[in-house]
Design a protein around this ligand. Sequence first.
Ligand SMILES: Cc1ncc(COP(=O)(O)O)c(C=O)c1O
Length: 381
Amino acid sequence: MSIDYSHINKFSSFIKNKNYLFSREEILSVLNKETIDKAFKSLSGWENYEPTPLLNLNKLSKDLGLKNIFYKDESKRFGLKSFKALGGAYAVAEVSAGRKDVVVATATAGNHGKSVAWGAKRVGIACKIFISEFVTETRADEMRKLGAEVTRVKGNYENSLDECIKQSKENGWEIVQDVAWEDYQKVPKLTMAGYSVMIEEISKQTDHYITHIFLQAGVGGMASGVIAGVARYFRRIPKIIIVEPKNADCVLKSIDAGKLTRVEIEKESIMGGMSCGDVSLVPWQILKNSVNNCMSIPDDDIPLSVAMLAKGYFGDDNIVAGECSAPALISINVSCNNEEIKKDLELDMNSNVLLIGCEGDTDLKLYNELLSKGSEQLSNG
Ligand SMILES: Cc1ncc(COP(=O)(O)O)c(C=O)c1O
């Protein structure tokens, strides 16, 4: 038996948003046009800025009976290998605004902190990073290499954030967090504005109207930043489908309930950056009406998807896609391998699907493990 795409078919839940009502006006009142435009103007002027590639997964689209499947390859973003490079680093530049005596601080699961550390190094200011027990030493070292001082805090992400807030208050440091709470919204909005740059680039990289976007979510910052970009740059509004890990489907649960709903994470997903129990406050204001559907998936098909992407099964390129990029592939395969979902989403030969390959081998050790497990599955058929 040989492996083909139909082996990637596992999902846990699929729901429709009863409150769907896409309104450009409303979205751009949460994240306004000026903030979005300023982010692109600033980021596109940075040294080594280059739009990341928009790849065409032509083999997969042919096999699934779709017109095009585009894959935005964020593994090439500023050498940081993740879309997060657009968020934290941009917020650091805005917060410090040219001053050299500012110290920035953040709590992180990895990629956001790396972006903040890189952003601080870029503008020549000091950076303090707080991480939990669960962040690997590989990730901590990468932030240290960028000049950040890394403090490990006992407990989970919430504990590291509490410590970051406490020490920042005591020392007068500027917190650069990508998650919003009641009285902390300006900086998370800057990170979202940074993420909208992906859509500005895509609007110039293809003449095809995108009909569907599959968006991975943790706290929803990336998804809402991309949706704000859609409201700002796209002429036609695509269907928007959120993808989350089965054990951390806080956007799905919130959309289903029509209000913010917390998920207690019982088991951490391999999709580490997406393993979040709460939707962030500002993203929720955008997501609640603009998302058409939500899907949650188990970890099972991640290694196989990583290996198939790496070996060029889906198109002409060999793609380095980390654990949070694989869900993009899984979700489009699941949707097309399930007749009911395919019909619901109106996926057909006129569809131009956009997938976001949000990260490359940001955690090299984990990437190699996933690749080797998936390659074994491929060779065992
Ligand atoms: C590496 C990584 N971290 C985190 C996330 C989640 O982002 P957010 O928490 O902004 O929803 C993603 C993608 O959704 C990702 O690829």
